[in-house]
Design a protein around this ligand. Sequence first.
Ligand SMILES: Nc1ncnc2c1ncn2[C@@H]1O[C@H](COP(=O)(O)OP(=O)(O)OP(=O)(O)O)[C@@H](O)[C@H]1O
Length: 379
Amino acid sequence: MYVLGRGESDLDGGTDRDDDRPPHTARIGSFLARDGSAGAAVGVDLDRPHAGVVFGKRGTGKSYTLGVLAEELADADGVVPIVVDPMGVFAGLDAVGGRVVDPKVRPASIPPSAWPDLLGLDPAGGPGSLVWRVVADAVGADAVDGEGGDEADSAGSEPSSPSLATLREAVAAADAPAETRRAAANHLRLAESWGVFDADAPPVASLAADGDPAVLDLAGVPDAAAAAVVRAVARGLYDARIAGDLPRLPWLLVDEAHAFFGGIADPALRTLLTRGRAPGVSLVCATQRPAALPSVAVSQSDLLVSHRLTAARDVDRLAEAEATYLAGDLASRLPEGVGEALVVDDATETAHTVRVRERRTPHEGESPRASRLSDAESR
Ligand SMILES: Nc1ncnc2c1ncn2[C@@H]1O[C@H](COP(=O)(O)OP(=O)(O)OP(=O)(O)O)[C@@H](O)[C@H]1O
């Protein structure tokens, strides 16, 4: 088997399973020959942490490919997939022991400085700065804000957290004009209505406690709340690994990843991209809008999987891999078929066309078809 992400010198000898798969390898598909026939099996290295992207325009198989990777991670020792599922298409992973989680995070997992932005308030304005101050007082200004700081400071078990009701009480009692207090309290009440904040939420590390996939179901969750969850989980996994609280290597698989860059979750995702591999946290971002991802997502990725892309700006983002072996007309090298992809392997500096294997678990990402609805009606 050809293993992506594993340089020649890393190659594991022997096999430990009933197929021909080397240990700690995800079997994702097979090489696709020019005549359309399937060639040798292709795997992805799971022994070491990686950063990866899965690109492709709508319906080309991105979520499906992410699901294949999740199945393989569920099957391997020492690793655990945590899937960010904004469209509600990964519930089928329960067939391999996965559980769909109604995401809850502690308010203290969002740093005080990020609260105004999270609530849509100007950090320099009255209500925004009041919320910032109140959260900082409640959690201790340097208890959680690890971004840009010394990682050791933020390591350790998750800090205890005030509830949003407690924060609202602190706002009400603050020395500020009534109008400012009212506006701040209203925004905190709105955040309460999202239903994702819970002072007693289990620590993020518990998502990865038993090695079975955890699917964070964010379907129908407002964008700001979903971003808060992604930030808390990404950062929480990173901190838990640094603190030694997590005995296995987590893989955070983020579908519709473009929605999480440029907002509240952005710093935590960038931390995983640039520094996640040292403590052993992998990140794989899937998107139909590669151009909406920051350049660092591609430049830091050692695994690139690209289904069909047509928009020039999206192909350009892929080209930023700066790999000389990608030179030439990249768009024309991207395969046409659903489930087919160009995979770029940094470890061996090669690019190959691959057909992603079929899922073992149900995939729920298929778009509804009017024709099928009318079929059903006429029956
Ligand atoms: N490797 C594959 N083998 C077989 N069928 C596949 C494969 N990949 C995708 N498909 C089929 O294509 C459909 C679309 O795939 P998927 O939902 O992953 O698209 P997507 O690129 O994530 O689209 P969207 O951007 O709308 O989420 C799937 O429902 C499945 O039927």
